[in-house]
Each structure stands twice: as C-alpha cells, then as structure tokens.
Design a protein around this ligand. Structure first.
Ligand SMILES: Cc1cc2nc3c(=O)[nH]c(=O)nc-3n(C[C@H](O)[C@H](O)[C@H](O)COP(=O)(O)OP(=O)(O)OC[C@H]3O[C@@H](n4cnc5c(N)ncnc54)[C@H](O)[C@@H]3O)c2cc1C
Length: 201
C-alpha cells in the first residue's frame, strides 16, 4: 500500500481488476463517492441501545481487529443482545432491565480493554515490557486472558491488568521522550468523524 504510485481512485479500480471474479461482480456497480484511504480505522457510537433497538458487533463499534477481536466481540455481543431481545419479547421488565445493564457492560468493556493494547502495540514501551514477561502479580495471566478473548468469563483480569498498566506508565515515565513520541503519533491519528452519516464520536 505504501508503494502506491497513482491516484487513489485509479489505484482502487486497478486493484479490483487484479481479482477477476470481483471485477466481474462489480462490472455494473456505480461508485457513489470517491474512495478514501485510512489506517488503523476505529469508531464507537455513544450508545449501544435504545427503547426499541440494540447495536451489536460492528454496528456499535469497530476497532482494528488485531488479536481477532472483531469476530469475538461481535459474537459475544450477539449472545448478550439476545437476552435483551428475549426479555423484551416476553414483556418481562425486570429481566429486560437486568439484561440491558449486562449488555451495556459487555459492549463497553471488550472494546476498551482491547483498544488499550491495540493503540499501544506498536509503541516501543509496550514492546519492551513484552520482551521481559513476568508472572508476578497475575499480570501474565491477565494479559493472556485478554489476548485469548476471555474478558467476560470467570477469570478476574482486572487486578492483573491494572498492575500491568501501572508498570507501563511508570516505565513510560522513565523513557519520557519515546513515550511522548508514541503518544503524539496516536493523538495525531485520531480524527473526529462525527459529521459523517451514521458515525458519531
Ligand atoms: C478487511 C477486514 C479484515 C478483518 N479481519 C479480521 C480478523 O482477522 N479477525 C477478526 O476477528 N475480525 C476481522 N475483521 C472484523 C470482523 O470481520 C468484524 O468485526 C465482524 O465481522 C463483525 O460482525 P458483525 O456481525 O457485527 O458484522 P458483519 O460481519 O459485517 O455482518 C453484518 C451482516 O449484515 C448484512 N446486512 C447489512 N445491511 C443489511 C440489511 N439492511 N438487511 C439485511 N442484512 C444486512 C451484511 O450483508 C452482513 O452480512 C475484519 C474486517 C475487515 C473489513
């Protein structure tokens, strides 16, 4: 992608031609807007539910699916969301309120934990820490649980993750220059797309 030597539109159309079955399928398609390019694309809606709707999977949030989090989070939100729908259809207000509370929790915690790692994975600080893994204070167990997608199960990952983050921040203070560089790069990559249709925040 970095070696692209032509205009984006041309590059997009030429790339489609590289795959004949795709080109054939799109032969009568009409481009409704100019292509845009982006890296590390993510978004999150403000709310994941309302009176008569819930947003599951990518409809609520999308984070760069490093560690295959995309499918896992989508499937998981489907499970939690089905409890809301079931309670709603049965007209059980108490069960619905409980299911909605859990749904809200499930929808927010997963992307939050994953994105903390995803936004920092190319940061030299995190790489350094990964090069010296320690089983102290339940940190290794907590990180492995996150990477394995065990965020909503029985393993209590919170204390281990909190300790790991604390060590990360202390370590970053000791390497302030590199940490600031990574932070600036992350900040410059964040763009507010709230004026785009179907996208807020
Ligand atoms: C290029 C790419 C690579 C990815 N790689 C990975 C990866 O390696 N690992 C990983 O875990 N995740 C990956 N993801 C993310 C992952 O695919 C998504 O997070 C996941 O599929 C989201 O599931 P979903 O059910 O929310 O949405 P989707 O899988 O998008 O399903 C939505 C479905 O709804 C249908 N639909 C849309 N509108 C309507 C309508 N009006 N009526 C009826 N049906 C409709 C669509 O056709 C689609 O089938 C990748 C995504 C992309 C784009």
């Amino acid at each position: 992608m970095k070696a692209r030597d032509k205009a984006l539109r041309e590059y997009f159309l030429d790339t489609i031609q590289l795959l004949p079955p795709l080109a054939d399928r799109l032969k009568d398609a009409e481009m409704v807007e100019e292509p845009t390019a982006t890296g590390n694309y993510s978004y999150q809606m403000d709310e994941c539910q309302g009176e008569n709707y819930i947003l599951v999977g990518d409809a609520y949030t999308f984070i760069d699916p490093m560690f295959s989090s995309g499918v896992m989070l989508a499937m998981n939100s489907g499970f939690a969301g089905s409890d809301v729908v079931d309670a709603k259809l049965r007209g059980d207000k108490a069960a619905e309120a409980k299911a909605r509370e859990r749904f809200d929790h499930v929808m927010r915690i997963g992307p939050r934990e994953f994105s903390w790692f995803i936004y920092r994975v190319t940061n030299p600080m995190l790489r350094e820490l990964f090069m010296f893994p320690s089983d102290r204070w339940g940190m290794k167990k907590a990180i492995l649980s996150v990477l394995a997608g065990d965020l909503f199960g029985e393993t209590d990952v919170k204390p281990g993750l909190r300790r790991f983050r604390m060590i990360y921040y202390i370590f970053s203070l000791g390497h302030l220059r590199a940490a600031l560089k990574g932070w600036r790069r992350r900040m410059s990559n964040i763009r507010d797309d709230s004026d785009m249709p179907m996208s807020r925040g």
